[in-house]
Design a protein around this ligand. Structure first.
Ligand code: ZN
Length: 108
């Protein structure tokens, strides 16, 4: 075991989060299948493409978060190895960077 930055309460919270993300993943995968299968009506093609792109992005985010949970690196900033505050993760569950690093990356 490499780290113990998260206490038991956090591990329980992450366990719950993992369940939630897995459900989201399944829901979005089903949605994506629906969206991509429904190619007959081209009137909404533009909206559908945007939805497909947004859904794929969400799936990427969720997959990344689930992978980091499995790796045990969830909640650790990928840039500075700092702990990402739980308050931030509750708002952005797929956050990969702590707030200062995210701000630097975003060019603030
Ligand atoms: Zn950082």
């Amino acid at each position: 075991m490499s780290t113990d930055v998260h206490g038991t309460a956090d591990r329980e919270w992450i366990g719950g989060l993992q369940v939630m993300l897995t459900e989201d993943f399944e829901r979005l995968t089903a949605r994506l299948t629906e969206l991509t299968a429904d190619s007959g009506d081209s009137a909404d093609a533009y909206n559908r493409d945007a939805l497909v792109a947004a859904t794929r992005q969400n799936l990427d985010n969720i997959t990344g978060a689930l992978r980091r949970i499995a790796d045990g690196t969830y909640g650790t900033c990928e840039k500075c190895d700092g702990v990402i505050p739980r308050e931030r993760l509750e708002v952005v569950p797929h956050a990969r960077f702590c707030v200062p690093c995210q701000q630097k990356l975003s060019g603030y």
